[in-house]
Design a protein around this ligand. Structure first.
Ligand SMILES: NC(=O)C1=CN([C@@H]2O[C@H](COP(=O)(O)OP(=O)(O)OC[C@H]3O[C@@H](n4cnc5c(N)ncnc54)[C@H](O)[C@@H]3O)[C@@H](O)[C@H]2O)C=CC1
Ligand SMILES: O=C(O)[C@H]1O[C@H](OP(=O)(O)OP(=O)(O)OC[C@H]2O[C@@H](n3ccc(=O)[nH]c3=O)[C@H](O)[C@@H]2O)[C@H](O)[C@@H](O)[C@@H]1O
Length: 436
């Protein structure tokens, strides 16, 4: 392990895929002094990016993109071949979604590598930032078929909603390479980022990414299991997690119970790790249990709403606060809030929702949910108000007004997001998570 060096770099970099990870990687590497060309298959997205418009909600990203364009060091293209031709390093930031069998679908990665392999400059670097299963770097090296090109694994650990901050101030930078020289060249691209660099082999780097996400998922499922226990025995999970968090070995994060963990990565990455393990005859019972608890936790959130409404929700109007998979993002991929809403709709509930990050025309919104642009409208006439995402804005609502507008004072807070004292002062009948 070593700190990154402070030498000012100025390399030519290509980034393929301009989603949460790719655009953040491109804009941040540009802010470190490099010349970056970002490539994407989506024409509309490219047109917006060339105008400096960023469609995802990531604080600071739009500013970095516009600064890079103004400085003449950040460009966008649809042609992967032209992006890589002069690049000292090519970062693959392509989607690796869950395949039908639970494994990672590497189709986009393989397709792009086939496109660019004959056009990489001599002694090129192909860097996988996408989350890819163990053995991918070795397989891509074979696919590239050139002894002068090094394939290096450099997994990304950023969180959505804090992507720029996490990229520029990460807990660690992991570089997995078969040869020291290639690892050194990738580590140098991060000069200026104050973080430990862990150099390792590609297989270890690839597994680390899945190990980290699965660890976080397991920690959360443990807390959600404890929440269930607390409800049965009259204890308070928040008091317990506060005490646990004071123990430095446990650390005071990822301890908030909720309607299950979601997002574009934890669910697919736990599934992919299980798939990898199964393929080599290894059982990972803890990760399996974490996934199973997560399914149960989503069902428990639905059951709690149904019970709070007297046992059935068919024809019952519910006001939903939050649909994003967590606060701070507009991403709906694998959102537990959407899963809970979907099941309530299946049981016949009439759903009206508000989420501060959503306009109502986003892809991934469940068709059965009417999305409105103000929280008070969402709760009007509702039999229960259901808090599904922990937006801080929800604590600041005028809860007396919320309860006046709703048909009954029932609040189901699936994340303990709103201060329970505030709710009770307003006269709410509160159903939280993990409170006896
Ligand atoms: N979203 C996150 O917070 C994190 C994601 N990751 C990993 O990074 C990878 C990318 O994830 P996201 O950025 O969230 O994905 P995303 O879906 O936001 O972006 C992927 C981009 O790739 C483009 N694309 C797809 N196929 C293409 C092709 N053949 N040629 C050129 N462009 C193409 C898409 O148009 C899209 O803009 C995944 O492996 C994910 O697991 C890793 C850390 C954090
Ligand atoms: O590989 C990835 O894509 C990323 O996945 C997660 O980041 P992200 O998906 O942005 O979301 P998290 O902040 O990890 O939250 C995941 C889920 O856990 C839930 N959560 C989180 C924390 C908590 O205390 N309680 C809780 O229920 C969130 O609401 C959300 O549904 C990891 O935290 C990142 O390190 C990783 O890079």
């Amino acid at each position: 392990m070593e700190p990154t060096t402070q030498r000012s770099p100025n390399r030519r970099i290509a980034v393929i895929g301009t989603g949460y990870v790719g655009l953040t990687t491109g804009a941040c590497l540009c802010s470190l002094g490099h010349h970056v060309t970002c490539c994407d298959a989506d024409r509309d997205k490219l047109a917006e990016l060339r105008r400096g418009e960023v469609r995802i909600r990531e604080p600071g990203l739009g500013e970095l993109v516009r600064a890079g364009i103004s400085a003449g060091r950040l460009g966008f293209t649809r042609s992967s071949v032209s992006a890589v031709r002069d690049a000292d390093a090519v970062f693959l930031c392509l989607p690796t979604p869950m395949a039908a069998d639970g494994g990672a679908d590497l189709a986009a990665v393989a397709e792009v590598v086939r496109e660019v392999r004959g056009h990489l400059p001599a002694n090129g670097l192909l860097v996988t930032k996408s989350t890819v299963p163990v053995g991918t770097a070795a397989r891509l090296a074979e696919l590239v078929g050139r002894g002068d090109v090094a394939v290096v694994s450099n997994p990304e650990f950023l969180r959505e909603g804090r992507a720029v901050q996490d990229f520029l101030a990460p807990d660690r930078i992991v570089v997995g390479a078969a040869a020291d020289a290639a690892a050194q060249r990738v580590a140098e691209l991060y000069a200026g980022v104050d973080a430990p660099v862990v150099r390792t082999d590609p297989a270890t780097a690839e597994v680390v990414k899945y190990a980290a996400n699965s660890f976080l998922a397991t920690k959360l499922s443990y807390v959600n299991d404890l929440a269930e226990l607390c409800e049965r025995v009259g204890a308070d999970v928040t008091g317990i997690t506060t005490c646990l968090g004071h123990d430095h070995r446990i650390a005071n994060s990822f301890l908030r119970p909720g309607p299950g963990w979601g997002g574009s990565c934890l669910p697919k990455d736990t599934a992919a790790l299980l798939h990898t393990a199964e393929a080599v005859g290894v059982d990972l019972p803890l990760v399996r249990a974490a996934v199973e608890t997560n399914r149960r936790q989503q069902r428990r959130a639905v059951d709690k709403v149904v019970a709070a409404c007297g046992g059935r929700v068919a024809g019952v109007r519910l006001g939903l606060l939050g649909l994003a998979f967590k606060a701070g993002t507009d991403d709906l991929r694998d959102s537990p809030a959407v899963a809970v809403a979907g099941e309530l709709a299946r049981q016949g509930a009439e759903l009206v929702a508000f989420d501060p990050a959503l306009r109502g025309d986003e892809r991934g919104l469940p068709a059965e949910v009417a999305v409105v642009d103000n929280p008070y409208q969402a709760v009007k006439g509702a039999r229960a108000v259901v808090v599904l995402t922990e937006w801080p804005e929800f604590t600041d609502l005028d809860w007396s007004q919320v309860l006046d507008l709703a048909e009954s004072p029932v609040v189901v807070d699936t994340r303990n997001a709103v201060d329970v004292a505030v709710l009770r002062r307003a006269g709410a009948v509160v159903h939280g998570v993990g409170r006896g």
